[in-house]
Design a protein around this ligand. Sequence first.
Ligand code: SAH
Ligand code: SF4
Length: 352
Amino acid sequence: MNHGKIDLKSLTLEELQQFLLDLGKEKFRSKQLVRWIYQRGVSDFSAMTDLAKNFRQQLAERAFISSWQPEATEQSRDGTRKYLFRLEDGESVETVRIPMDEGRSTLCVSTQVGCAMHCEFCLTGQFGLVRNLRPEEIVNQVCGVLQDGPVSNIVLMGMGEPLHNLDNVVSALKILYLDDGLGFGTRRVTLSTSGLVPEMRRLWEEIKVNLAVSLNATTDEVRDRLMPINKKYPLQVLLAACRDYPLGPRQRITFEYILIRGINDSLADAKRLVKLLHGIRGKVNLIPFNEHPGSEFQCPDEETIQAFQSYLLDRQIVAIRRASKGQDISAACGQLKGKLEQLKSKPPGSIC
Ligand code: SAH
Ligand code: SF4
């Protein structure tokens, strides 16, 4: 139905203005359109009553506005809510809203269907990349969930490696930041990467965003095994890029560290971690490994986790233990996509 038409949700402000110029319209019209699309959630041009009728007709001939409704949702006992969105080509993505303190909520968004990075602990990584998500497919996860309630923060920690789909992710961020649109401030969005160093450098040249790095090991030997990307960009190269990352006054890099029993959870690891992070303004998110049928790895016992955290805290490293919410609905780290893909009789994937 939309053959040859352009989805206005795929356009950054500059692109939207160019589209309007090509239609012979003033570029300030973009403001009106952005308000209709993102603030009022309108996808039918005929409802845009402050635009001239022939302009609305012109728009309808050349463009459309995609609008997503979740195909299914599931609610966890702890309030975490999982949304399943079906894509045009039959693929699917899942997006998770996680309740935080004081009525706030964080939205965990996917950037790819699958992932090419093959991290050993991550189900998504085991089955490879299906395809990149386009900017509007990233933005529509946010719009689709917003119809169901507010979102305070966005984390690009769902399926996929955001820096492996850098151009589309940068466009999506630009759209999410639009003042007259959704208006997410740069401090409310965090991008998590497994450590694609050249793309990290390109990222900060192109756009502002909080950075999270999935570290998960303190030696190249262990990280090579857990995260093959380490063979290309080993720890010292990755951490040098982190040292160079331009941070705002109160900003820090978040280092995610999955604790896996007997692999990376010893006090010697904690000691090496303190050394590795020396001179970097960062904080550590400790994530006890979420066990899943695709992996033999196990979560460490409580004492080991606490000892690891205390070692860091005693050395003035901010180390937060990230609670894995939504386990009962398969929405926690390494669990999402499982049920869905089983239904499609494909191997399961995972998300944050
Ligand atoms: N590709 C990006 C973002 C998506 S993965 C990245 O790797 O950073 C988001 C987070 O989920 C990563 O920190 C990853 O280490 C973590 N994760 C994946 N599988 C997990 C599991 N089974 N248990 C706990 N955390 C997991
Ligand atoms: Fe991809 Fe991140 Fe999973 Fe690694 S942890 S396979 S980079 S989604």
